[in-house]
Design a protein around this ligand. Structure first.
Ligand code: IPD
Ligand code: CA
Length: 278
């Protein structure tokens, strides 16, 4: 599919190929002992595999698309600036769910998104352990292992399963607002239940496949939700800024849901948690 002179199918195929190659590295090390370092908090982890997968993805895509821009979790951790412009920009999380990876808990994903004119247009979320590959390009629908997927379409909060996360920050005031938000959604929304899979990209992909009605989180980063944003949108779902308006990939907050109604009803119950923008 052409988009502003870009060949989105070509970009998608490249992202799928390199996600599979990165996935091989994750599979190789998944059940082995890992060398673990901490980043912004005691729960914000990185391993050699995260770094190796990002290196592989960056070198492959930079070689193929030298004019494009790149933002990756581990490069930013190493001090690279986030440069987000209208240029075609790849947003890469080599291992989304690093804490899961460390514990050999099998919800981990390679997440590769592409924005053009600050809009998510290509998304690949690949769980190599469970062999589940979610893909989407703008206007082309969303797929799980090449089969089309759709959101549930549910509009009633009291019939919904909601995904949220604690996140990896451990600041007491932020955690308390998060706790109250979750409590309010459960109590006032009378939802069926809540879940947390430890991977923002997979949480959103579960909304896309119709397995849950919504996911929200404050404090995550653009590489956690860029790819899954287009996957949810192409599955017929709604992705927004929880403060209202369009999703903002630099805002470090997102809500995705099976319908506009669910997203709006949950957003009304949320107190914002402030984070510095990416
Ligand atoms: C984290 C996961 C987690 C979410 C955190 C993210 P990482 O990504 O997506 O589910 O709650 O906010 O940072 O660090 O495992 O790539
Ligand atoms: Ca990561």
């Amino acid at each position: 599919m052409a988009f502003d002179g870009h060949d989105l199918n070509d970009y998608l195929q490249s992202a799928i190929n390199v996600a599979k190659a990165g996935g091989e590295l994750i599979i190789e090390t998944f059940y082995k002992e890992k060398s673990i370092e901490t980043k912004s908090s005691s729960a914000d982890l990185v391993t050699e595999t995260d770094k190796a997968v990002e290196k592989l993805i960056f070198s492959t895509l930079k070689n193929k698309y030298p004019q494009h821009s790149f933002i990756g979790e581990e490069s930013v951790s190493d001090g690279e600036a986030v440069e987000y412009t209208d240029n075609a920009t790849w947003m890469v999380d080599p291992v989304d769910g690093t804490c899961n990876f460390v514990h050999s808990f099998p919800t981990v994903a390679v997440s590769i998104g592409l924005t053009i004119n600050k809009q998510a247009v290509v998304g690949v979320v690949y769980n190599p352990i469970l062999n589940e590959m979610y893909t989407a390009i703008k206007g082309g629908g969303a797929f799980l292992n090449n089969k089309p997927i759709k959101v549930s379409g549910q509009t009633e909060l009291c019939k919904s399963l909601i995904i949220h996360e604690l996140g990896s920050g451990r600041e007491a005031d932020k955690m308390e607002i998060n706790r109250q938000n979750i409590h309010r959604v459960v109590q006032e929304g009378k939802v069926h239940g809540t879940r947390s899979m430890g991977s923002a990209a997979l949480n959103m992909s579960f909304v896309a496949r119709g397995a849950a009605e919504a996911y929200f989180e404050y404090g995550l980063h653009c590489w956690d939700y860029c790819a899954a944003t287009i996957i949810v949108q192409e599955a017929g779902g709604c992705v927004r800024d929880p403060g209202g308006g369009e999703v903002d990939l630099m805002a470090r907050r997102v809500i995705g849901g099976s319908s506009v109604k669910i997203v709006e009803d949950i957003s009304k119950l949320l107190t914002p948690i402030e984070f510095e923008r990416d």
